[in-house]
Design a protein around this ligand. Structure first.
Ligand code: FE2
Length: 198
């Protein structure tokens, strides 16, 4: 049983004008799909060929299989990223995550600064994350396919800072992309659901 490319949780043009249908066409249809295809090639005929993406990612990490980890983690990270955005997202948080951000960062503004700083200082390709670590929210960054999933932390939100996430819409202006993510796209309903499930 192979893993499958999940559908986007919204229409391809739903995040415009911030992230274009063209970007999502390549990012989801080509990049994410290629990770799924390569992951399936690597697990075919192995004891992981009916495992979930999360199980494959953790197993590859545990046995130091970097090649498989890169593909599986990128499948998982991208699915989590699509859900970290919403056409009606952005702005200050609401619900339990709002209280928790205030408790653990001091204010929403301090969280936003830390999150943007994580994205800006991730040299080259990688991800910025809001995670729950030992009951406390934290911001971190991971290079390449890195994911907090294998570090015993609970991912709450992620932002892809690979160039393929923003180059067609923002060219080299990663800070502008990160600003749009926070102001217009970040999905606090997803964050609240992840916090509740933790
Ligand atoms: Fe990506």
């Amino acid at each position: 049983m192979a893993i499958e490319l999940p559908a986007l949780p919204y229409a391809q043009d739903a995040l415009e004008p911030h992230i274009s249908a063209n970007t999502l066409s390549f990012h989801h249809g080509k990049h994410h799909n290629a990770y799924v295809t390569k992951c399936n090639e690597l697990i075919a005929g192995t004891d992981l060929d009916s495992a979930t993406v999360e199980e494959i990612t953790k197993a590859a990490h545990a046995k130091g299989d970097q090649g498989l980890f890169n593909q599986a983690a990128q499948v998982w990270n991208h699915t989590f990223y699509w859900n970290s955005m919403s056409p009606n997202g952005g702005g200050a948080p609401t619900g339990d995550i709002a209280d928790k951000i205030k408790e653990d960062f001091g204010s929403y503004e301090e969280f936003a600064t830390a999150f943007k700083n994580a994205g800006a200082t991730q040299f080259g390709s990688g991800w910025a994350w809001l995670v729950l670590d030992g009951g406390k929210l934290a911001v971190e960054k991971t290079p390449n396919a890195g994911t907090p999933l294998v570090d015993g932390k609970t991912p709450i939100i992620t932002m892809d800072v690979w160039e393929h996430a923003y180059y067609l819409d923002f060219q080299n202006r990663r800070p502008d992309y990160m600003g749009a993510f926070l102001t217009h796209l970040i999905n606090w309903d997803f964050a609240n659901a992840n916090l509740k499930a933790a």
